[in-house]
Design a protein around this ligand. Structure first.
Ligand SMILES: Nc1nc2c(ncn2[C@@H]2O[C@H](COP(=O)(O)OP(=O)(O)OP(=O)(O)O)[C@@H](O)[C@H]2O)c(=O)[nH]1
Ligand SMILES: [Mg+2]
Length: 296
């Protein structure tokens, strides 16, 4: 056992906010490692993603969450239960808003008012706004609610994040760490491999395709000689989507496979052979039992 120094702080810190505000970008920057997938499209994150930051005298277990939305189908309802659970589990909440969309901000910030635990308000994407607007914005929110801190940041440009860590650690309870100090996440490699494939689909296709896909790792074989072998099934909801995903002569799918493989190799730090299959699972997003089978 490692010896725990006097006054060590450890706790769960959930990153909460509407969709697309930059929650996953923040997690990755804080960890200095790309753990959670990021795309310009809303509803990229579908589950809780845990990332651990170990520092001098503290351990922060961050939970990245799906963006808060008004659910329209069963998958989104399940996603919102993940958000709720992450809020329940948190010692500290980082409530993030997109400061570059002022017309939405008032109502959004109000959702971050939670009476029973410490909340830090993060005004993200300040690289997109004028500095003069910021002071007034901070002042207004300070008067409206007793946040434990209000921190303007740019997750993308790594601006203000030292202060986020400092203020967060100050609010953590004292106690031993939850994980060994060399851990970055308790989640399995195959989860991240599936996520990377999903990210490439989100980046490459428009309209409904990204939202209609679920990626499942079928085989993940580490071979003694040669590359790891990974095969994955991409589920879509309709035959027509299958056609689009595969593309003419399989070209579109091959491109996804290539982009995903490159990133997977970087993530795992070893060469892989990646094989992708596309299958139809009728209306999987709307069917409770099917969702459960798929692990939601
Ligand atoms: N200009 C700017 N863009 C940002 C910043 N932070 C995030 N973004 C961009 O905002 C988009 C969404 O980022 P994500 O990190 O995926 O946002 P999210 O809140 O995790 O989104 P969901 O998982 O879909 O709820 C991406 O295109 C990011 O590059 C920032 O500080 N400045
Ligand atoms: Mg996200």
């Amino acid at each position: 056992m490692e010896k725990i120094p006097e006054g060590f702080r450890a706790g769960y810190v959930s990153i909460i906010g509407k969709t697309n505000v930059g929650k996953s970008t923040l997690l990755n920057q804080l960890l200095r490692f790309k753990l959670s997938i990021v795309t310009p499209k809303p509803q990229t994150t579908r589950r809780r993603v845990i990332g651990i930051l170990n520092g001098e005298g503290y351990q922060i277990v961050f939970i990245d969450t799906p963006g808060i939305i008004e659910p329209k189908y069963t998958l989104q309802e399940v996603m919102m239960t993940y958000v709720k659970r992450a809020m329940d589990d948190a010692d500290v909440i980082l409530y993030m808003v997109d400061a570059s969309i002022p017309q939405q901000i008032e109502e959004d910030v109000r959702m971050g008012h939670t009476k029973d635990k410490p909340v830090i308000l993060l005004l993200n994407k300040i690289d997109l706004i004028k500095k003069e607007l910021l002071l007034e914005m901070i002042d207004r929110h300070r008067k409206a609610y007793p946040f434990d801190a209000i921190i303007p940041i740019s997750a993308l440009k790594n601006d203000g994040l030292d202060r986020v860590i400092k203020e967060t650690v100050n609010l953590l309870p004292e106690g031993p760490p939850y994980y060994p100090s060399d851990y970055i996440t308790p989640e399995q490699e195959r989860f991240f491999v599936a996520e990377i494939i999903r990210e490439k689909i989100f980046l490459r296709y428009g309209e409904e395709i990204p939202y209609s896909t679920h990626v499942e790792i079928q085989e993940f074989r580490e071979r003694e000689r040669g590359k790891n072998y990974i095969s994955a099934v991409i589920y879509v909801e309709k035959d027509s989507q299958k056609g689009i995903l595969i593309g003419k002569g399989g070209q579109a799918l091959r491109r996804i496979g290539m982009e995903a493989r490159q990133e997977i190799e970087g993530f795992l730090g070893r060469p892989v052979f990646l094989e992708l299959f596309v299958k139809v699972s009728e209306d999987w997003r709307k069917r409770k039992t099917r969702l459960r089978e798929l692990g939601y």
